[in-house]
Design a protein around this ligand. Structure first.
Ligand code: SAH
Length: 246
């Protein structure tokens, strides 16, 4: 099965862009995923092909028109009725690795990229659109956000990543940030690789990595740490542990 991506944008030339390189580019060539771009402007019907207008109520900037977007969106929904339709938006639910995994396991995604001040709210109310944010900052358009989301999905498609296992103990997959990595040379600028990693003792190495991951998560992301601890306490073994403590 091919993961089919459809991107609705005013800038189709931005695609595949960086996704034409490296792992994602190779996978595109191998047809493990496919990419279609839809030029939103093709759905404008006036002489000037206008896709935006001034905001109702006044204020700065321009707003993308619901009628034009609806024609583009309906075209995408008809072409890919099984794919979720996403709108990249700073007001959306923050993208997580869990959501990425679900999307990557599905038939694909259709992604609407906003520009200017954003899009007319009525389109979001009238169509089955999921708003997704890639972080608490403002981009100039949804294209970079779409590329980011697609990159995160594509690397999880079976056969795309070199070593399939390398997705599994990465940051977020375990609910923790990842442990630090090292590689040759053994000594660099007077710094050596931690002794345990050269011990060949796999149990010790695993224990060291786990404690490093826990320490860095506690320090840098107390929010993740709290959730991780909460999940552990709710798990069957966590419940047992609690009972024992009583
Ligand atoms: N006025 C809007 C920002 C518009 S930015 C606000 O303050 O919320 C223009 C477009 O860029 C948006 O329509 C959206 O598609 C995209 N965009 C900007 N920041 C984003 C983010 N953090 N995540 C996903 N998409 C984003």
């Amino acid at each position: 099965m091919t993961f089919a991506a459809t991107v609705l944008t005013l800038y189709p030339d931005m695609f595949p862009g960086p996704l034409g390189q490296s792992m994602a580019g190779r996978a595109l060539g191998e047809k493990r995923w496919s990419l279609d771009t839809v030029q939103i402007r093709d759905f404008a019907e006036d002489r000037h092909k206008s896709v935006d207008d001034t905001p109702a109520g006044g204020g700065a900037g321009m707003v993308m028109r619901a009628d034009v977007l609806a024609r583009a969106v309906d075209h995408a929904l008809a072409a890919r009725p099984d794919a979720p339709l996403l709108y990249m938006s700073p007001r959306g639910a923050p993208l997580t690795q869990a959501r990425v995994r679900t999307l990557a396991a599905g038939p694909g995604v259709s992604i609407l990229c906003g520009r200017f001040e954003g899009i007319d709210q009525r389109l979001l109310d009238a169509r089955p659109i999921e708003e997704i944010s890639i972080g608490d900052y403002i981009l100039s358009g949804g294209e970079m956000a779409a590329l980011t989301l697609l990159d995160a999905c594509i690397r999880l498609i079976p056969g795309v990543m070199g070593a399939a296992a390398s997705g599994e103990d990465e940051s977020f997959e375990t609910g923790l940030l990842e442990y630090p990595h090292y590689t040759r040379p053994q000594e660099w600028e007077g710094r050596t690789i931690p002794e345990v990693l050269r011990s060949g003792d796999h149990a010790r190495i695993e224990a060291w990595r786990k404690s490093q991951a826990e320490a860095i998560t506690r320090l840098r992301r107390p929010d993740l740490w709290e959730r991780h601890e909460g999940a552990r306490d709710r798990s069957p073994s966590g419940a047992q542990r609690e009972k024992k403590d009583e």
